[in-house]
Design a protein around this ligand. Structure first.
Ligand SMILES: [Zn+2]
Ligand SMILES: [Zn+2]
Length: 127
C-alpha cells in the first residue's frame, strides 16, 4: 500500500483512516445526532465546528463513548465495519462511522455548515 494512497495533505488523517485506534476516534454530539468520526484530532475538530454552525445548541466532541451508547444500534454496528464514507476536510479527511441514515445526516450538516461559512465570509466587508 503506497503511503500516498489517499492523497491527503494531512499525514495524521491518512494514518487515522488507515489504521486508526481508539485515540483517532471521537463521537460528535450535535443536537440529537451522535456520530462516531475517525481522523486526526485537528480535522475532527474542524468537521465538528463546521457542523456546529448549523445549530444554536452546543456541539461537542467526545473522546469516549457517550453514556448510554450511541442510541442507534445500526451506528453501533457500523463502527465495526471496515468501510465508511470519507469526507474531505481542509487538507485532510474525516471518516463517518455511523449507519447510513446518520452518515447522511452528519455529511448534510457538514455541507450546510460549509455553505453557511461561505455565506458568512462573503457577507463580511472586504478589507
Ligand atoms: Zn488531519
Ligand atoms: Zn445510526
Amino acid at each position: 500500500m503506497a503511503a500516498d494512497e489517499l492523497g491527503l495533505g494531512c499525514q495524521a488523517c491518512e494514518q487515522a483512516l488507515r489504521s486508526g485506534g481508539p485515540s483517532d476516534r471521537s463521537v460528535l454530539l450535535l443536537d440529537t445526532l451522535r456520530v462516531p468520526l475517525v481522523g486526526c484530532a485537528e480535522h475532527r475538530d474542524h468537521f465538528a465546528s463546521v457542523c456546529g454552525l448549523t445549530t444554536t445548541a452546543e456541539h461537542e466532541l467526545l473522546q469516549h463513548r457517550p453514556a448510554g451508547g450511541l442510541g442507534c444500534p445500526s451506528c453501533q454496528l457500523a463502527m465495526t465495519r471496515p468501510t465508511h464514507p470519507v469526507v474531505p476536510v481542509g487538507d485532510g479527511a474525516v471518516g463517518v462511522l455511523g449507519c447510513q441514515d446518520h452518515q447522511t445526516a452528519a455529511i448534510d450538516r457538514y455541507q450546510d455548515g460549509l455553505a453557511m461559512a461561505e455565506h458568512l465570509s462573503a457577507s463580511l466587508p472586504s478589507a
